[in-house]
Ligand binder design. Sequence first.
Ligand code: CO8
Length: 258
Amino acid sequence: MSDEPHLLTEVQGAVAIIRINRPKVLNALNLELMQDLADLMEGYDADDSIVVILLAGSERAWAAGADIGDMATASAADMRARDQFAQWERIRAIGKPIVAAVSGFALGGGCELMMHCDIIVCSQTAKIGQPEINIGVMPGAGGTQRLTRAVGKAIAMDVVLSGRFLSADEALRHGLVSRVVPPEHWFTEALSVARKLSSMPPIALRSAKASVLNAEESSLGDALVEERRLFMDLFDTQDQKEGMSAFLDKRRPKFTGT
Ligand code: CO8
């Protein structure tokens, strides 16, 4: 086993940057990495000095999937006993916005992790897919559900059943990623998005994220009721007072997260 940490972290202002760092296996996601990632994200979620999390892969790979070496000889009972999906649920529950900086392969569990992020900035080099079918299985960390909600049944079936990769431009056209940038800008553009978000009112960011996610998880009627509640609750925050009075005074707002 390598001594290199499998996750590298750095804080720049109110942006917490996490880089996946298993270059020898194209950032394949093993159990310890997922546990550490969930621990880190929960830590940043609870830290008032952090507003946004930026999750990045490397230039060659965001993540080429779950670590196949971890699962190759496992039985169904072994897989059930591992309770690995608890880590994915913890990441799903992160309230602060997560920006993804994606270059190269985003496959299988890697694509599923990408879809747990909120704004996905993607290099033109990205190759995105759910190729589990090639190795005798299927997506298991939300791929059949989130991909279908993002791109629709026709493209999801194509990607999941044939294992073909989407190019970055296809992914953008089908609504799977937020922005596609030239190869040299995948990280800097994602960082600039994260920095921009970090100047926004933190409570409103959380509420807005929760409300957008509700579109995937609730009926329209329930989600609209919840949206109205979240919207009105923001009128009890200082940041709403500051944001609106700064607009009227024609000055930049100073948000405090209160
Ligand atoms: N797991 C483990 N090792 C990997 C993985 C992986 N997912 N992907 C690549 N590697 C390793 C290769 O074995 C190789 O190792 P070595 O140098 O020791 O031979 C090294 O990374 C470099 O890979 P390649 O030589 O294959 O590089 P290429 O450029 O030729 O090919 C590919 C790149 C196309 C990305 C190719 O490596 C590939 O097909 N990888 C597997 C992709 C895949 O099938 N992903 C899905 C995995 S299953 C999954 O994600 C299920 C998720 C379920 C839910 C999550 C629960 C935790």
